[in-house]
Write a protein that binds this ligand. Sequence first.
Ligand SMILES: [Zn+2]
Ligand SMILES: [Zn+2]
Length: 391
Amino acid sequence: MDYLKQATKLKNQLIMYRRKIHSYAEVGMNLPKTVDFVISELKAMGYSPKKVGQSGVTATIGCSGKVILLRADMDALPMEEKSGEPFASTNGNCHGCGHDMHTAMLLGAAKLLKENEAQLSGTVKLMFQPGEELFKGSKDMIEAGILENPKVDAALAIHTATGVTPLGVFMYNNSSTMMCSADTFKITIKGKGSHGSYPQNSIDPINIAAHVILATQEVIARETIPSELCVLTIGSINAGSMANSIPESAVITGSIRASSKEMRSTMVSRTKEIAELTSATFRGTCEFELLSGTPPLICNPQVVNSMVKYINELDFQGKSPYPGLQANASEDFAEISDRVPSAYMMLGAGFPTDPKAANAHDPAVRFNEDALPIGAAILAHCAERWLADNQ
Ligand SMILES: [Zn+2]
Ligand SMILES: [Zn+2]
């Protein structure tokens, strides 16, 4: 089947899918309207979709044999939209990362694959996940069994790249880490309160917090490999309520990013150790909590190379491969790529002639809907071709 030609015919329907999901943007792990919409569209196509985990959806198509998983995320961001689009969300949430585009692309691929079911030499498993922005949705669906029954052999996900990224550019990494791990943490330092004029009666948690913050930065300076991407950011510190009183506790939150599993584990364990030992040095105690986390996104070179070859078989507008993409950002598809040989592609969906075009996570961000049929065709074509090559 000429997936690109068929997907182009579906363009108006893909735009309808995208704008509908966009208009009622839902965030986090509970996406009732989006999930209902995805389920009803899949049923209308002839699928038997199932809910997986808190708010995920899956459906399969094809015969037995090898299984390839196609992933789309469905969640939006909790920020007010300022895109100026006529279909903009007005509920205080915004599809500012393009996950509405990804859901529409995967629905489009589902439709294309259904029309071509007889040609499939294995099984395609669709995965629509919530909570990517929280780094929770993928893990939740894995724990609920998305990678089993039937067992998944390979996986593919597409993420749009907007701003000034031209339509048709596809970015990947077949040799090293594509995106960093992300771990958010909370450190609660407990001391002893007192009047500010009698510090000897206190155990000052603010003073301890200051030492902890400075000491953790030494992990970056002296304990990580300089050529690797490693970031430790303290994003908040809260303690006290007045100028002449020493409070009982101080709370720090922050995030750690690393481009390798080894550095991730070193940074997390050393941050915990430094917080605990520094607190003890100054007579306080502390509790270190990991709030959320996802591993670095490392794709399987063989699967990536196959997908690049299949994408190059499609003749879409602006087609241009961009290898070696590496970003500080994170993506919870990494939970899948950590367990199954995977490929992850960034697909250009921006406006290169507008130098002020906003990027993802900006409330003014817009996405080029011409990318919708390209994305749908890539997903369907790559799935069919990978199954044909790997039985
Ligand atoms: Zn995002
Ligand atoms: Zn995203």
